[in-house]
Design a protein around this ligand. Structure first.
Ligand code: AMP
Length: 218
């Protein structure tokens, strides 16, 4: 059971990936997290990726493909499946992913687009933060932890915010999404795997619809 979560920054892909991890024991593979890790450790990939990420541009395909495929190659054989979060983001990435999976006799079972309009995204991104330990997503305006300062998922008291969640970079990331990533909607529609969800519905309803799709694709 392998899923792609497609959608603009701030659509809730990270939040929903965590729910899918918990419910279906799938592994979240976030290309953004992989690249942020590379930047933090100061690796060669990180040094290349940093400037692109800071300006909200896409990191070049060959760099991202290297990092993501290395991770897919290292997945344990007995894993029930994975959720790709933030990858692919270009037609080239999607087509190379198809080739990689074909060589491994694996498939993508469902591509779920979480659709949210730009004004709403800008508002959401301005308030978002995550648990520094487990990655659970929160928001100053929409979802604070039930107990102030304590992660509901793992109990950690450390939280973090992303440096690229500033208004200027967010606008660039949205533009990049519309130009370079949205064409993937037609790419996957053509393969008969596409499901579109209104990401402006309450979080629980978005989760319920995603669960229904994943159950149906099993
Ligand atoms: P995200 O956490 O998915 O919002 O990604 C943060 C940043 O990492 C993006 O703005 C890009 O600069 C870079 N990035 C993440 N995933 C990809 C990808 N699949 N292709 C190219 N760049 C990516």
């Amino acid at each position: 059971m392998n899923i792609i979560l497609l959608g603009p920054p701030g659509a809730g892909k990270g939040t929903q990936s965590k729910y899918l991890e918990d419910r279906f024991h799938l592994k979240q593979l976030s290309s953004g997290d992989m690249l942020r890790h590379a930047v933090t450790t100061g690796s060669e990939v990180g040094l290349v990726a940093k400037t692109y990420m800071e300006s909200g541009k896409l990191v070049p395909d060959d760099v991202v493909l290297g990092v993501v495929f290395e991770t897919i190659d290292a997945l344990p054989e007995n894993l029930p499946g994975f959720i790709l979060d933030g990858f692919p983001r270009t037609i080239q990435q999607a087509s190379e992913l198809d080739d990689l999976l074909e060589g491994k006799s694996k498939t993508i079972d469902a591509v779920i687009v979480v659709d949210v309009n730009d004004d709403q995204l800008i508002k959401r991104i301005a308030g978002r933060f995550t648990c520094a330990n487990c990655g659970e997503s929160y928001n100053d305006f929409f979802r604070l932890p039930k107990t102030e300062g304590v992660c509901e998922r793992c109990g950690s008291t450390a939280f973090k915010r992303r440096s690229d969640d500033n208004p200027e970079t967010v606008r660039a990331r949205l533009e990049v999404y519309h130009k370079q990533t949205k064409p993937l909607v037609d790419y996957y529609r053509g393969k008969g795997k596409l499901h579109v969800i209104d990401g402006e519905l309450p979080i629980e309803e978005v989760t319920r619809r995603i669960n229904e799709i994943v159950e149906g694709a099993r």
